[in-house]
Design a protein around this ligand. Structure first.
Ligand code: SAM
Length: 380
């Protein structure tokens, strides 16, 4: 396979979710919803240890990065993401009319403005980065100061001028769904302020797994370190393979079935539920070589009049979350109908809670390949 490319033109059906098509109401939706899409074996023992270093990580840079407009530009221009939220809000005004809304991590204030426009009684837009200052100006410039109150600070530290809110809205999802660990801030807000029977938007998020052929790119990203201008830099290769790669995967690379790993109900789950172990069984749909597992997520808004949401899978229109590629140490020679079985464990990194530790156990008992291995990854 060649280098990965975007797959915005894909039209295949998501086999596990069917949402209302955004085209049905909002103009311009052709640019937005991706909802019609889904959704040499020489094993060596691996050492069960994560790389730990004192280097700065996402935790240190996290809030700073959201102060710059660039990251907000990227998110706003992700039309799958932003238009889905817009459609959810504008097409379900009955949810918002005269309701008090809390926007957790408001950024530029875009979701708060959507809610205000949809008839919310009041919106509290909480943003901890310096973008909060811009959000205040944006709210004012657009004439919504009487409806939207921007509060600068961490959701865990601010005081709200009301005791309860009717709706919590947030765009908290990180790469691999859980990177950045903003979900905990939403759960904190839910437990502190959401009125009994209140609504969390979105309320469902699911993580999926599949397997791909990816010889060329693995060669370029991992095997590259074996021989760099004649020098052996393979010590870096060990680190490179432990870091999941965020990139778009061409759907033609998918060689197995896709497996739902975990669904989270944001309205009910406990913070600890974001750490889990889930089994998987990926069945080969053709004879091929497998170089990597690929994880992606869907989010859904089940409280809408019709089910709405989006997928970040390789068969869906590309989003800024792309997919998360986990390279395997082995190359699996798989025959159609054979299965890679195993489990994936996901946990917050203890030292840097915004980083994610992943452990994958996999085995293939095939006609041409017998492998069993444990691999450790760290999103940082
Ligand atoms: C993914 S962005 C979404 C921004 C905006 N809601 C949008 O949809 O464009 C998440 C935002 O949440 C903010 N944030 C993250 N954790 C937070 C916390 N604990 N308290 C307040 N804001 C937070 C970040 O600074 C960032 O601006």
């Amino acid at each position: 396979m060649g280098r990965r490319k975007n797959n915005n033109d894909n039209n295949s059906m998501n086999n596990h979710l069917r949402f209302q098509d955004a085209d049905e109401v909002i103009q311009d939706a052709a640019e937005s919803s991706n909802l019609d899409d889904q959704s040499m074996c020489e094993p060596e023992p691996s050492e069960p240890s994560f790389i730990d270093s004192d280097d700065k990580t996402s935790a240190d840079y996290y809030f700073d990065s959201y102060s710059h407009f660039g990251i907000h530009e990227e998110m706003l221009k992700d039309t799958v993401r932003t238009k889905t939220y817009q459609n959810v809000i504008y097409q379900n005004k009955f949810l918002f009319k005269d309701k008090v809304v809390l926007d957790v991590g408001a950024g530029t204030g875009i979701l708060s403005l959507f809610c205000a426009k949809a008839g919310a009684a009041h919106v509290y837009a909480v943003e901890c980065s310096d973008m909060a200052d811009m959000a205040k100006q944006i709210v004012e410039t657009n004439g919504y100061s009487n409806v939207v109150t921007v509060l600068k600070g961490k959701i865990e530290e601010i005081e709200l001028p009301v005791e309860k809110v009717d709706i919590i809205i947030s765009e908290w999802m990180g790469y691999f769904l859980l990177f950045e660990n903003m979900l905990n801030s939403v759960l904190y807000a839910r437990d502190k302020w959401l009125v009994e029977g209140g609504v969390v938007l979105p309320d469902k998020a699911s993580l999926h797994l599949t397997a791909i052929e990816d010889a060329d790119y693995k060669e370029d990203k991992i095997e590259f370190w074996n021989n760099v201008y004649g020098f052996d830099m393979s010590c870096i290769k060990k680190q490179a393979i432990m870091e999941p790669l965020v990139d778009t995967v061409d759907q033609n690379q998918i060689a197995t079935t896709c497996q739902l790993l975990k669904t989270m109900d944001i309205s009910k789950m406990a913070p600890g539920d974001a750490s889990f172990t889930a089994p998987f069984k990926l069945i080969a749909e053709r004879d091929d070589y497998i170089h990597a597992l690929v994880a992606y997520f869907d989010v859904t808004f089940t409280k809408c009049h019709k089910l709405m949401g989006f997928s970040t899978g390789p068969r869906s229109r590309a989003t800024h979350w792309k997919q998360t590629v986990l390279y395997l140490e082995d190359i699996l020679t798989i025959c159609e109908g054979e299965a890679i079985v195993g489990s994936m464990s996901v946990a917050q990194n203890k030292k840097n809670p915004r980083d994610v530790d992943i452990m994958v156990k996999y085995s293939l008992n095939g006609r041409r390949c017998n492998v069993s291995r444990v691999q450790y990854y760290k999103m940082r």
